[in-house]
Design a protein around this ligand. Structure first.
Ligand SMILES: Cc1ncc(COP(=O)(O)O)c(C=O)c1O
Length: 318
């Protein structure tokens, strides 16, 4: 097996905690604690991506996402740490008073191009076009696709399993539950579980794409990692379970009943979920596992996203 180079950005290992909610205990892997402003699941991916950008002599980093993208914010901060400027291609519009992740992107000096929904569908072409334009001026832009989900980036979630193995006997665990946006987090975990030939289910709660699309994305990414880093393994597609139907209000929205659960959970445990990813994933976890007393068999991964709460105070305080 080959291992990509990395830079150190994340405070790892993150804790594996036993959390008690409504008299039921469950395991939570606290990847929201990979850092402070540079926090959440994206930091693990960025450790490998930034190392690759440095290897490729990048002059500037391009990436994309929604206007409250955690990935865009984490990329901006990581790139700035290594002295690289950043241009973000965001689905949304500028705000007089930007909140949450958008505020931080401005704070850290990212250049931002806002795209409407239609244009955002072509964001990869737009980033490539702008890259070519800069290349003519001898400026090398390193393009990171949505969510940092490349074979190199998701190696961060392959390593995550190696870390988790030291914290718990994974042979005693039935499943690992995460929110799934671009699919890279679930894909890295799936590749590692396949490599180790463990019988652990990868439960992906899709918040952005349809079940069919995200299933394909996760399997394609896991296979890309397998090939790129010579894992020589058979990806256990049968271990992937996509839990659908927990983001029917849309990626940028969250229903009142989910907010109520987030608030009750925060008040009881001191742990806050975000509206786009972890809040929805936890509702799925609660319904399918925690309510059936399976919390010590299924690990819930808190993937971060705290800044997505800010700017949505009105909704949270219903
Ligand atoms: C807080 C949070 N959780 C989960 C995810 C999903 O990760 P992935 O894109 O690797 O599926 C993201 C990605 O944007 C995120 O920001």
């Amino acid at each position: 097996m080959k291992t990509p180079k990395k830079v150190n950005l994340a405070n790892i290992p993150t804790p594996l905690e036993i959390v008690k909610y409504q008299n039921k205990k469950f395991l939570m892997k606290r990847d929201d604690l990979t850092g402070c402003e540079l926090s959440g699941n994206k930091v693990r991916k960025l450790e490998y991506i930034i190392a690759d950008a440095i290897k490729n002599k990048a002059d500037i980093i391009f990436t994309c996402g929604g206007e409250q993208s955690n990935h865009a914010r984490a990329t901006t901060i990581a790139a700035r740490k290594f002295g690289m400027p950043v241009k973000l291609f965001l689905w949304g519009s500028d705000r007089k008073i930007p909140g949450g992740n958008l505020f931080l992107n401005k704070m850290y000096g990212a250049e931002i191009l806002y795209l409407n929904k239609n244009d955002y569908e072509k964001v990869n072409d737009i980033m490539q076009y702008q890259r070519e334009k800069l290349l003519r001026k001898n400026i090398n832009a390193y393009v990171i696709p949505e969510g940092g989900s490349t074979a190199t980036g998701i190696f961060g979630y392959f390593s995550f399993i190696m870390e988790l193995m030291k914290q718990i006997d994974l042979r005693k665990i039935k499943g690992i539950v995460t929110a799934s946006g671009s699919g890279g987090t679930s894909a890295g975990i799936l590749a590692a579980i396949s490599y180790l030939n463990l019988d652990v289910q990868i439960v992906a709660v899709n918040v952005l794409y349809s079940k069919e699309v995200i299933t394909k994305k996760i399997l394609t990414l896991a296979e890309a990692l397998n090939l790129e880093y010579d894992l020589n393994t058979k990806i256990k597609s049968e271990n992937l379970l996509v839990l659908d139907g927990y983001s029917e209000e849309g990626y940028k929205n969250i229903s009142e009943d989910k907010i109520k659960l987030i608030r009750s959970f925060a008040a009881e445990t001191g742990i806050l979920f975000d509206p786009a990813y972890t809040g929805k994933a936890f509702v799925a976890y609660q319904e399918n596992y925690l309510s059936r007393n399976l919390g010590m068999k299924y690990i819930f991964v808190h993937t971060g996203g705290l800044f997505g709460v800010f700017g949505r105070e009105k909704e949270y305080l219903i």
